[in-house]
Design a binder for this molecule. Sequence first.
Ligand code: NAD
Length: 298
Amino acid sequence: MTMKKIGFVGLGIMGKPMAMNLLKAGHSLTVYDIVSEKIKELVAAGAKAGASSKDVAQQSEIVITMLPNSPEVKEAVLGPGGVLEGAKSGTILIDMSSIAPLASKEVAEHAGQKGVVMLDAPVSGGEPKAVEGTLAIMVGGPQETFDRVKDILGLMGASVTRVGEIGSGNMTKLANQIIVALNIAAMSEAMVLAAKAGVDPEKVFQAIRGGLAGSTVLDAKMPLVLKGNFKPGFRIELHIKDLANALDTAHEVGVPVPLSGAVMEVMQALKVDGKGADDHGGIIQFYEKLAKAQVRQG
Ligand code: NAD
């Protein structure tokens, strides 16, 4: 693979390990985050410090952003000192954040006016897979641009799939987030029932994980739930953000999503209860409180 000058903006739970994997592969990396502590860690590993998103773009052929939501992506790309102020015509912008599909289209349009081509490439898999470089990456944007950066995305993901034009990566991610949220809620409802009825939830987990109810969600979240470990991972407040984007998008398209609406309210209740920063596996705490029963052991 030819080595590239890559810029990386947003060095949080996900961005930091993803940037590390690009460094390990030998690419030259310039990084930026509004929290300067996060830049220092990457610099210690061999990256160059950028002074702003603009500065990162000035020094890069490819700019990757990994930010919380649509407003932050708009700020970092379109705002003062943002990527588009520094990018040259021909720069490729890959936004890997999970944002509203319409926001991806809007940012891509502005980028296009400066000759910058954008892909939306959100990920699934969480921090452990970001560290391993085995994320699932779902990409929207021009085929030709996708072909040029597929190998670079492959350093961060085990599967890299182009789904369609710009915005379709984030549309796919919304589908993913609906399925994950509803799975965790279903697991929680069932396991609190088993626990309160006096059946060991760990045995229930072992008994069903190989059957039709088995899932990646069940395997990833049950061991943590049994330990009462709700350290994120993926924060409930970030999942609220994704479900808000899912509800908005669904209503714009004309699709009622009743189960997503219900799980959204479960997550809102947890946020009011001070648990917004817990991992989304912590959804079980809502059901534990309702039923006055506990699934965690010890
Ligand atoms: P995070 O909050 O840990 O990281 C976001 C980083 O962006 C922070 O370091 C923050 O300081 C920085 N930032 C915010 N605004 C900025 C700006 N204007 N300019 C530069 N830096 C800025 O979040 P995360 O968990 O890494 O998630 C990032 C994205 O990935 C989100 O869209 C999230 O939904 C998605 N995602 C997260 C997970 C997960 O398990 N954590 C899994 C899949 C997808």
